[in-house]
Write a protein that binds this ligand. Structure first.
Ligand code: NAP
Length: 315
């Protein structure tokens, strides 16, 4: 069976694309990966998605989008995508056990927060280690927290965390911050923020149940010290989920998919990309949803304008 359109990923971009394509009678197949609903399912309240004056919980918003897509006929399948054969059309999408053929593909596999890879980090996620200040800052009211990173995200999240925490220490591996001057100035002007610069994190310490400290190495002296803290926020950037492409669709040097400016068209005709997998800068639910709509419209126009497709073979 050859499908008209397959959407990879079920964050706001993929689900918006699914709603639009389903309403256009394209019967999209939507492949759900390991994190159905994407990053918003790790969030608590979303206050900046237009249309919800009192806010909405992230998982509920994603659930609503999914129901809306299903209502118009989108079909959901679970699978970890391992490869796409782009050498010929229909494209062949491989997702553990599932082989799916489709005339077009929309990639909306998002991005994931990077981890440091140090001892004690992974096992303490949810016990004091977090990659999302917006999601978890609330739990650290009146407590001491550390934020790791020297980029704009770290500065933004450090400022955000001062709304809750009694002290926020920025730990960064160099003396110079990577963040833009305005973001640095904002953080430096915030009296609740302290600085642990030129220090490399080496271990997350915990008593088994919750984080108690961060062991760091002072880079000039190699001296180790323990920063006592209740929470550790890792803000060292995101990695786009594009490893399954194996270079078959053009990406930039950091792995984000290149799209033709002002469109969602990738380097391969018939393959479109939307959401965080192609967006290093805005990374908002609403911008992801917006590009999801664009991808569906680009895809629909592509399919309708393509006389070479034998529609009798599609669903
Ligand atoms: P980023 O700019 O890549 O910064 C990542 C930071 O983490 C860097 O300071 C880096 O250190 C540090 N880091 C990376 N790997 C590390 C490791 N293994 N151990 C310790 N530290 C490590 O990422 P980002 O801050 O998430 O920003 C990504 C993009 O989004 C940027 O273009 C940024 O401008 C944009 N953004 C904009 C805003 C805004 O304007 N409101 C807010 C957030 C993000 P080094 O500096 O030593 O490399």
């Amino acid at each position: 069976m050859i499908h008209k359109a397959v959407i990879l990923g079920t964050g706001p971009a993929g689900l918006t694309a699914a709603i639009y394509l389903a309403r256009a009678n394209m019967d999209p197949i939507v492949i759900e990966g390991p994190e159905p609903g994407g990053q918003l399912t790790l969030t608590t309240e979303v206050e900046n998605f237009p249309g919800f004056p009192d806010g909405i919980m992230g998982p509920e918003l994603m659930d609503n989008m999914r129901k809306q897509a299903e209502r118009f006929g989108a079909t959901f399948k679970r699978g970890w995508i391992t490869d796409i054969d782009t050498s010929d059309r229909p494209f062949l999408i491989k997702a553990d056990g599932l082989d799916i053929k489709s005339q077009s593909v929309i990639i909306s596999t998002g991005a994931s927060a990077k981890l440091l890879g140090i001892a004690g980090e992974k096992e303490n996620i949810g016990k004091g280690v977090s990659t999302c200040a917006t999601c978890d800052g609330f739990f650290f009211r009146g407590k001491k927290v550390v934020i790791i990173g020297g980029g704009d995200s770290a500065m933004e999240e450090a400022n955000f965390l001062t709304k809750f925490a009694s002290e926020v220490q920025v730990v960064h591996r160099r003396n110079d911050l990577r963040a833009s001057k305005i973001m640095q100035d904002r953080a430096r002007d915030n009296e609740k923020i302290t600085w642990g610069l030129n220090k490399t994190p080496i271990e997350v310490l915990s008593g088994g149940k919750k984080v108690t400290g961060l062991k760091v190495k002072e880079n000039d002296s190699d001296k180790e010290e323990v920063i006592e803290t209740d929470g550790i926020f890792v803000a060292i950037g995101h990695r786009p989920n594009t490893s399954f492409l194996h270079g078959k669709v053009q990406t930039n040097e950091t792995g984000y998919i290149d799209v033709k400016p002002g469109t969602t068209k990738t380097s391969v005709q018939g393959i479109f990309a939307c959401g965080d997998v192609q967006d290093q800068h805005y990374r908002q639910a609403i911008t992801a949803a917006g590009t999801g709509c664009m991808a569906a419209m680009d895809c629909e126009r592509y399919l309708e304008g393509d006389a070479s497709i034998d529609w009798s073979q599609t669903l």
